[in-house]
Design a protein around this ligand. Structure first.
Ligand SMILES: [Zn+2]
Ligand SMILES: [Zn+2]
Length: 462
């Protein structure tokens, strides 16, 4: 880091010596600006690659670059706990070589070659700064300089970056300033890159098959691309579409926390191990619902998937965090010591009075909507007096498919005479069929029907 700083100082001195004219200074500004945009693009490509390609077992790159990106979706705030070295060390190492090379060949005369070297120096600065800007975008209280730069739109802002952190994390990858994000998203830059990868090195894409397909009837944008992908007979692309490949470890973390879903393999490679489970007993006496996911119901070779209704707890926590942040800044909440947090029983709101409890719930609902999280999982309890001038409200989090709803879904599938079998397993469903087309049809049917809860389609098996 010190070496990088020294090199940069040397660059500044040398540049000040070489550039003496007004037009030279103008070219310097243009060079700087183009390096800034280039850094934005690089940050986007590296981030996309980290989110999308390979896994943590890749030598060197895996633990140093892929893992941090994936952890970042699970624990967004970890980055804010990193010190200066942790935040910027890796990028310093990356830029050191090119920066030193640029300095060694830096000519003493003005000209295009000089500009190219200066461009390299600018690029090094911005690449190193990117992690810092990203960190600031996640901080509740970034330093003053960061707030000024954010307010003027010169570096990455929190609302802009939030759009990447909203599921399914497939846009707004650029994290230096994000100027390029609208353009790259508009032209489908990263979707194109994913398509290219599926053509040349499909195994590089990490675990598309287990991506949970979200079904938010109220949010067309919340539905997973995998479900929208056209069914292609005989090809796995219908479920493992290139876009479906964007399983993120955030999903893994959420699911593990949400009750041990088997998405864990999803971050480890294209063929996650299936849970080793005993064969289904021929008959079950007693009528006790089978423990979820412990039984392998599908026949070998029969494609199947599971239907679950789980709340993405990591995303919920992120929504809670931003809600808390907003409440802390709101004038009308000053001095109320309002707290909104997740407890084992649900979401607990503590505040000064009933009115503010209602306002807190509204803020939470807004924050959840922003993250494409359905609010149908919320089950608000009564506001109770909690001693002194405080009240508390417990908001339950509904998880799983209730048996009545599950029966309704099964009946719906039977009525439509689809060539699939749907079986209730605890608070989940397993759908088995001979072909993926049939499964695709079942997914579409379930997405179209409104069963009063949100459904996710997970654990696709061939
Ligand atoms: Zn990401
Ligand atoms: Zn981030």
């Amino acid at each position: 880091m010190a070496v990088v700083a020294l090199l940069l100082i040397a660059f500044v001195v040398q540049t000040a010596r070489t550039i003496t004219t007004g037009s030279g200074a103008l070219r310097l500004v243009v060079t700087g600006l183009s390096a800034y945009v280039a850094s934005d693009l690089i940050s986007g490509v590296v981030h996309w690659a980290g989110d999308t390609l390979g896994d943590e077992s890749v030598p060197f790159v895996g633990p140093n670059f892929i893992k941090p990106f994936r952890i970042h979706h699970v624990d967004q705030l970890a980055i804010t706990r990193h010190d200066l070295i942790e935040t910027n060390g890796n990028n310093c190492i990356v830029v050191l070589g090119p920066l030193a090379a640029a300095f060694l060949i830096l000519p003493s005369r003005d000209g295009w070659f000089f500009d190219a070297c200066v461009f390299m120096a600018f690029l090094a600065v911005f690449v190193v700064a990117t992690n810092q800007f990203h960190k600031w975008a996640h901080q509740t209280n970034p330093p003053r300089i960061a707030r000024v730069l954010q307010a003027s739109g010169l570096i990455l802002t929190t609302p802009h970056h939030d759009r990447h952190h909203a599921p399914p994390h497939d846009r707004h990858y650029c994290i230096t300033v994000g100027w390029l994000n609208p353009l790259l998203d508009f032209i489908g830059f990263f979707r194109g890159a994913e398509w290219v990868i599926t053509q040349v090195r499909p195994h590089w894409l990490h675990a598309g098959a287990r991506v949970p397909v979200r079904a938010h009837p109220g949010h067309p944008g919340g539905s997973s691309p995998a479900a929208r992908a056209p069914a292609a007979p005989g090809r796995s692309a219908e479920i493992r579409s290139p876009r479906g490949a964007r399983t993120s470890c955030r999903d893994r973390g959420a699911s593990v926390e949400g009750g041990g879903l088997t998405l864990e393999g999803g971050c480890r490679g294209p063929s996650p191990p299936l849970p080793s489970s005993p064969p289904r007993p021929a008959s079950r006496a007693g009528g006790r619902p089978p423990p979820p996911r412990r039984l392998e119901l599908s026949l070998p070779g029969m494609p199947s998937f599971d239907v679950v209704s789980k709340v993405d707890l990591m995303e919920l926590d992120n929504a809670l965090h931003t809600a808390q942040k907003e409440l802390a800044q709101r004038y009308d909440f000053r001095g109320t010591n309002t707290v909104i947090e997740r407890t084992p029983e649900g979401i607990l709101v503590r505040t000064s009075d009933e009115q503010r409890a209602a306002a807190t719930l509204t803020v939470l609902r807004e924050r959840m909507a922003k993250r494409n999280l359905s609010q149908r999982c919320l089950d608000p309890g009564d506001v109770e007096a909690a001693g002194g001038k405080t009240v508390r409200q417990l908001i339950g989090i509904k998880q799983g498919i209730e048996s009545e709803t599950a029966k309704k879904i099964v009946k719906n599938i039977k009525d439509r005479k689809l060539k699939v079998q749907a079986q209730i397993q605890g608070d989940e469903l397993r759908v088995t069929g001979k072909s993926r087309d049939d499964l695709q049809e079942a997914i579409q049917l379930m997405r179209a029907g409104d069963f009063g809860i949100d459904l996710q389609f997970v654990n696709f098996r061939d």
